[in-house]
Design a protein. Structure first.
Lengths: 254, 67
């Protein structure tokens, strides 16, 4: 999480006791808005495809998943109002309330293919869940409580995702289409955890606000997700990540 | 491009309270048991069940059938 933006007011009132460190507080605000915006746009992108799933069962399950993603966003946005910074980003209702969005660029525009939905189910959603897991023991109680329900709901998202990967990958054409969408999304998802030893995340970790550092989260994500992709004949090699195009504040490729 | 494998029917059973009998609440079409589990959980969520099960219809042994 970025901690270097001049737009963030660095005044930390004494009555707010989660952290008295400017860098940690700025990183915490960024963390909350990144999680909330990412959940918001993931839910929106899934909802674009509610009538596009390959079966009615699949569509209903996706509708439930979209609803839960939006619910997670809705639960997180009020935290921005309680954090003691002036001019924190406001909550999104319809997505156009502010110009700056704090989510991966792959979530910014409607998807053209069902394979985009499947790639996001198996890449973006588990990446977000990994960050929520890193908050399960956070010293910030309100965030910890909101984060606590997410991994249990995500168990079904993941089962659904694994099934959709197996569906698409069972034919050469489906596997190739899914591979192209994975090749598009995966570098940004891996970068979303941030570069090694990122100062904002280091500040959060040192203050007990997050449990894992950038590399620990990225490694755990890869351990969690790569086996199902490889078992289905999908390649997860990405080469060198394009950090020169990385926007650390908005957590997205520019 | 067909985006799903061949499906089979699964019957969905659930009960609201431990002392209540198991009810047949519906069916789902799924290509593997874990999909049936997800679809049943998401489709038949009208109650907060204490237990819910899916059973592949082909595995159910018919004992009596009255046309």
């Amino acid at each position: 999480m970025s901690a270097s933006e001049s737009e963030l007011d660095r005044v930390v009132p004494e009555e707010w006791s989660v952290t008295d460190d400017d860098e940690g507080l700025a990183a915490l605000v960024n963390l909350v808005v990144v999680l909330a915006d990412s959940k918001f746009f993931l839910g929106r992108r899934f909802s674009d495809w509610l009538s596009g799933g390959p079966s009615l069962e699949s569509a209903v399950a996706l509708a439930a998943i979209a609803q839960e993603e939006l619910g997670h966003a809705r639960a997180l946005y009020p935290l921005l109002e309680e954090l003691p910074l002036v001019d924190t980003p406001g909550p999104l209702q319809r997505g156009a309330e502010r110009e700056r969005k704090y989510c991966m660029s792959c979530l910014s525009k409607p998807w053209e293919w069902w394979a985009d939905v499947v790639a996001a189910l198996i890449l973006v959603d588990p990446a977000l869940t990994m960050l929520f897991r890193a908050l399960e023991n956070s010293r910030y109680v309100d965030l910890r409580q909101r984060a606590a329900r997410v991994p249990s709901e995500e168990v079904f998202h993941r089962k659904y995702a694994d099934g959709r990967v197996r569906d698409l990958a069972r034919t050469a054409q489906g596997r190739q289409t899914l591979q192209r969408r994975i090749d598009w999304m995966l570098p940004e998802v891996l970068m979303w955890f941030g570069p090694s030893r990122e100062p904002g995340v280091a500040a959060l970790k040192s203050q007990g606000l997050i449990e894992f550092d950038n590399d620990e989260m990225r490694d755990a994500f890869q351990t969690d997700v790569f086996p199902i992709l490889e078992e289905n004949g999908l390649c997860v090699e990405v080469g060198e990540l394009p950090w020169e195009r990385w926007n650390s504040l908005q957590r997205r490729l520019g | 491009m067909k985006a799903e494998r061949d499906q089979e029917y699964y019957d969905v059973f659930a009960r609201r309270k431990a002392e209540e009998p198991l009810e047949h609440v519906g069916t789902v079409g799924a290509s593997e048991p874990s999909d049936a589990e997800v679809f049943a959980f998401k489709l038949y969520d009208q109650w907060k069940w204490t237990e819910q099960f899916v059973a592949r219809r082909a595995d159910i042994i018919e004992v009596v059938h009255t046309p």
